[in-house]
Design a protein around this ligand. Structure first.
Ligand code: MTE
Ligand code: MO
Length: 535
């Protein structure tokens, strides 16, 4: 099958391995973009599988170390591993081609398995990996050929070049380095170009349909009351009362943000004790019960003092009304389902107590965020928002399906991964200014931050310096019980090192415990404490 009179060096082999792998990934990206399966390309599909299979402690370590750059860290890690494997396999294939093909088969199988185990996958999802593997094999054979040179003759044979001529770059014993470098370089550049173009095509979303940019939100029938004067203390360093969309924290497992076409999107409600109902995006926008509400979202994995909390003005359809239209009754009225499982375009499942969303609180199927259609990152075209519940048990983004079931019958995505099936938000408070380890001048120092106890409301915030007396802070005006509340306190600071702690008491009279608990399984506890230097 192969010319056994020629061989290839290990270094050119390693380069060929890298270039062939790049060609494979680029081909897969192009085919994924052209077939409308951008999430089934080997990089994304395997990345998704890694995210899903990573044990909780490792995931926590990644989030602790990289924060919301954890996705970039994952791709960098995968890239390093893949490049190392590609170089090693290429070097080995230089001598024994079959090793290269075996490597392609193994990596191709991993890519196929990842693509086919994605929710809702079909035959088309195999195309990116299959064409990528073919391209890899083709480039491998082609470039290894270009890098090959004649096998040195057996020692007892007369050597053809013993006449003193040095083996030049194009001599009979070497290979044409210049040609090889040009070919490999051209292949690498072409791969990088094609891969980038494919990624741009996918994210520009130029296809037909209704993109976010084309959506005009109607005026809500039930607007939120204006934010009261004095709800935003406008203190330097303090989080603004309403979090701008661009600054809103983002937490999800999606390695590529779903770009859902709102013209073909629909939300299905069905399951135990429900008559099936399907709503299109146009159905939702045309309703006469569009409701605007301020709701503070919080992630269960927000550490004490952390940033995974934000407050927005949402526009949406009351979820309880949609459930009533499907004939759903809450468990207290004899309804058979106690869990509502929402599913997203990207296969997430989130379980929410039916009782909570039907108890009169402003649970929404949101289509708007701070006066704009939902940003892609935050769930366009529609997501769920439920005041008082952590995001992982309520805030399904890119939602497409709501199934009525029971907690006994189904565990949503996070539950087998070590998180509690139910996740009411714990009362918390945070010091925003001064920052941890800041240096401030002696005299009056403004301490300020936020506190939240969604759907219960904040009653009191206290601060304490160096373990002394708890002193009551001044609260900003309350917007609603579903939003966070700013606080401030003027501290007469004396020179030295100081520790400042904060704690909140909610309207149920519960004061935050000082006992530290980790974020898993159901949210961190403890007082946010910072150290500052006063000069
Ligand atoms: N489809 C989908 N929805 C999701 C998630 C996800 O991973 N996928 N994460 C949830 C979690 S854990 C949180 S805290 C919120 C975060 O919403 P945000 O990114 O808009 O702030 O989304 C929730 N909805
Ligand atoms: Mo979360």
């Amino acid at each position: 099958m192969f010319d056994t009179t020629r061989t290839t060096g290990r270094l050119p082999g390693a380069i060929v391995g890298l270039v062939a792998t790049g060609a494979a990934l680029a081909t897969a990206e192009v085919v994924g973009a052209l077939t409308g399966r951008p999430a089934s390309t080997p990089l994304l599909a395997v990345g998704d599988a890694v995210v899903d299979l990573t044990p909780q402690p490792v995931k926590q370590f990644a989030v602790d170390t990289f924060g919301t750059a954890d996705k970039i860290a994952l791709f960098v890690g995968m890239g390093v591993i893949l490049a190392a494997a590609a170089a090693l396999l290429g070097a080995a294939a230089a001598r024994r081609r079959w090793i290269g093909f075996a490597g392609i088969a193994v990596f191709g199988a991993v890519g196929l398995a990842a693509a086919l185990t994605r929710t809702g996958s079909g035959a088309l999802d195999t195309l990116p990996t299959l064409t990528g593997a073919l391209a890899c094999g083709g480039v491998l054979v082609w470039l290894l050929g270009a890098a090959s040179r004649p096998v040195p003759p057996e020692p007892d044979e007369p050597r053809p070049d013993t006449d003193g001529t040095r083996p030049g770059p194009e001599g009979p014993r070497g290979f044409d380095r210049r040609r090889f470098t040009l070919l490999a370089g051209a292949a690498a550049v072409a791969s990088a170009g094609a891969g980038t173009a494919a990624r741009m095509l996918v994210s520009s979303n130029t296809g037909a349909g209704l993109a976010r940019e084309d959506v005009t939100l109607p005026r809500p029938a039930f607007p939120a009351s204006p934010v009261p004067d004095g709800a935003d203390l406008e203190i330097d360093g303090l989080a603004p009362f309403l979090t701008p969309n661009d600054d809103f924290y983002r937490i999800d497992t999606a390695l590529s943000v779903p770009r859902v076409d709102a013209s073909t999107w629909s939300l299905r409600i069905h399951g135990l004790g429900a008559r099936e109902r399907v709503y299109t995006f146009a159905d939702l926008l045309a309703r006469d019960d569009l409701t605007e509400r301020d709701i503070t979202l919080t992630c269960v994995s927000n550490p004490i003092g952390g940033e995974y909390v934000g407050n927005a003005r949402w526009i949406g359809v009351p979820l309880a009304t949609l459930l009533e239209e499907a004939g759903v009754r809450p468990p207290a009225d004899g309804g058979p389902a106690d869990q509502l499982v929402s599913r997203s375009e990207d296969g997430m499942t989130i379980g929410t107590p039916v009782a909570d969303v039907m108890d009169g609180r402003d649970a929404l199927i949101a289509v708007g965020m701070n006066g704009r259609p939902l940003p892609y990152d935050h769930g366009f075209p529609a997501r769920m928002v439920v005041p008082g519940l952590y995001g992982y048990v309520s805030a399904c983004k890119w939602i497409v399906d709501i199934e009525l079931t029971t907690f006994d019958a189904f565990d949503a995505y996070w539950v087998p991964r070590g998180w509690s099936a139910r996740g009411p938000i714990k009362t918390q408070s945070r010091i925003d200014t001064p920052r941890e380890r800041a240096t401030v001048s002696a005299g009056t120092v403004m301490l300020a931050g936020v506190a939240w106890a969604q759907h219960t409301g904040i009653d009191r915030v206290e601060v304490r310096v160096d373990g002394g007396e708890w002193r009551t802070a001044t609260l900003a005006e309350e917007d609603t019980a579903d939003t966070w509340r700013q606080w401030m306190h003027e501290w007469d600071a004396e020179p030295g090192e100081h520790r400042i702690s904060v704690r909140a008491t909610d309207r149920d009279g519960e004061t935050q415990t000082s006992e530290r608990a980790a974020v898993a399984p159901d949210g961190a506890t403890g007082h946010h404490t910072i150290e500052v230097t006063v000069t």
